[in-house]
Design a binder for this molecule. Structure first.
Ligand code: ZN
Length: 231
């Protein structure tokens, strides 16, 4: 048995009393593990099946089989933040996007982003960074050099469907975007970090466009995001 640390992304009932854990482990990547007896009334495993927590699990971690968790400990339950409903919502979004888009080749990035997302005081900004990276990894990066139709730099809309900016002449449905949004999207895909700028503006609006973009071009639907955008 080798212990491995990592994050609990999802917990669902499995068979009669067990739980199926989706675990983002530091050394073995994203995997599903069985937590035996988790739903038994007197279970001693309670602390090992907490969604969005940092844990150490003991298991065989064999590839190509469903492994059982035989022991371990809760390392951080983020107990001070857990009562914050927004934290739970954004953590579930972080978790769903990680599970759906995880790519073994970029394990370190996904792992670091999830860790940061649980700790960050601005989870929206971590999510923006995560989704931006996924868009680049999947090779669906938008064209942010100018209007995608004529090349004009007088941009006034970001079009998810067109995959980039549109100028005042080619704008669709008179849907002009706020200048801050246009600047943020250009900055995101041309510079290393624009965290300072994102902290100044309505970052949720930027995240919303990026998630729409990933859903449209990557063919996803994220239920947790639907929940957030309806709040
Ligand atoms: Zn144009």
């Amino acid at each position: 048995m080798n212990p491995d640390c990592g994050y609990v992304l999802a917990v669902v009932p499995y068979r009669e009393h067990d739980a199926m854990i989706t675990f983002l482990s530091e050394n073995h990547g994203l995997m599903r593990l069985i937590l035996p007896g988790y739903y038994k009334p007197k279970s001693k495993q309670g602390k090992l099946g907490l969604e969005y927590s940092y844990v150490k699990y003991e298991s065989k971690f064999n590839d190509n089989q469903l492994n059982r968790i035989t022991g371990g400990e809760l390392l951080d339950g983020y107990l001070t933040r857990r009562s914050d409903f927004d934290w739970l919502l954004y953590s579930s979004c972080l978790s769903e996007i990680t599970i759906r888009c995880y790519d073994e080749e970029y394990h370190d990035l996904f792992y670091a982003m999830f860790a940061k997302g649980l700790r960050d005081t601005s989870q929206v900004i971590t999510l923006i960074e995560l989704v931006k990276n996924i868009i680049e990894i999947q090779g669906i990066t938008p064209d942010v050099t100018g209007c995608v139709i004529c090349g004009s730099s007088l941009i006034s809309q970001f079009s998810v469907e067109q995959g980039g900016y549109l100028c005042q002449q080619h704008v669709r449905n008179h849907r002009h975007n706020q200048k801050e949004l246009l600047i943020a999207l250009k900055g995101l895909f041309t510079r290393e970090s624009i965290r300072d700028y994102l902290e100044e503006i309505d970052a949720k609006q930027v995240l919303s466009v990026l998630i729409d973009y990933l859903e449209y071009h990557g063919d996803y639907k994220f239920n947790s995001w639907k929940l957030i955008s309806n709040v």
